[in-house]
Design a protein around this ligand. Structure first.
Ligand code: SF4
Length: 288
């Protein structure tokens, strides 16, 4: 872990990344790709120095209250004390200025900040976005070795639901020959339904591979799933967009399940929902 100075923290669309790099160890991670031009080891997490003060200054100059989003490129809840402290400090600033918050994570460590997060939701608005890939805990240990297993994430989603905090789930990626089977999807969708998840972000079964993440992914396939790398090489070559051989069955099941259970799946609709600062509790309830 190391610190680096930046001049700004917030982009004009209300997104921010508090760190660069990640220690969760997901074998398929796209953020490892060369195009992101990391100048340090991916797991040597860079923390943006003085992020909370920069955010305080930038929010104090914003005229309109908006939803602040974080977690798209690196998880705000990594098991590194300095990262956790910085995330909490930034969320305190968001609470102080009465902005809304939506963060994306694979970790359940946000539960340590539940006091603050509940206050943000009561005062303005909070939407938690959680990624799930497999219903099988043993498999999730292999795919995402340094973060809580799926059953823990589902418990956390249920806890948020009981508190009335809306959640969005990313089901991604579903890796060919590993977790792109219909049973896995059925179990994940049922768990989302039971946890009152409002919407599911979905890119279809498959993943993206390019220079940097492909090499890492293939190395992990050799270690964890012998013989599967060769299938990828045979069927996909150097393709960027790797689509599951089961994509029609999987996509059809996904759409009908979401429609039958009133779970949002249109990305436009979900992003609008996440960004809606003035969606009151009554409106949130009446949507469903
Ligand atoms: S949580 Fe995201 S950024 Fe971190 S290793 Fe996993 S895929 Fe990569």
């Amino acid at each position: 872990m190391h610190y680096k100075k930046y001049k700004h923290i917030l982009l004009s669309n209300g997104t921010m990344n508090l760190t660069r790099g990640c220690v969760h160890g997901c074998i398929y991670c796209d953020s490892r790709s060369k195009c992101y031009q990391f100048e340090h080891a991916f797991t040597d997490v860079e923390i943006k120095e003085d992020a909370a003060n920069m955010l305080d200054d930038e929010l104090s100059r914003k005229r309109n209250k908006i939803m602040i989003k974080t977690g798209a490129m690196s998880d705000p809840y990594m098991n590194i004390l300095e990262v956790l402290n910085q995330t909490r400090a930034c969320f305190e600033v968001i609470y102080k200025h009465k902005f809304g918050l939506s963060f994306q994570t694979k970790s359940t460590m946000f539960l340590r900040d539940l006091d603050l997060l509940t206050k943000i939701h009561e005062d303005s608005r909070l939407v938690v976005q959680m990624t799930l890939t497999t219903y099988d805990d043993d498999l999730s240990r292999k795919l995402e070795p340094n973060v809580e297993k799926t059953s823990d994430r589902l418990k956390a989603l249920n806890e948020l639901n009981e508190l009335g905090i809306p959640t969005i789930v990313w089901i991604s990626p579903l890796l060919p020959w590993i977790n792109d089977d219909l049973d896995n999807l059925k179990n994940l969708l049922l768990s989302c339904k039971n946890a009152g998840v409002k919407g599911i972000i979905w890119y279809g079964p498959g993943l993206t591979l390019r220079e940097g993440n492909r090499e890492y992914f293939y190395k992990k396939l050799d270690e964890l799933f012998p013989g599967i790398k060769e299938k990828y090489q045979k069927y996909y070559g150097l393709k960027y967009d790797i689509q599951s051989q089961n994509k029609n069955i999987i996509n059809n099941y996904f759409k009908s399940f979401c429609e039958e259970n009133q779970i949002m799946y249109s990305q436009d609709e979900i992003y609008k929902y996440i960004n809606e600062m003035n969606l009151s509790k009554v409106e949130q309830l009446s949507l469903f």
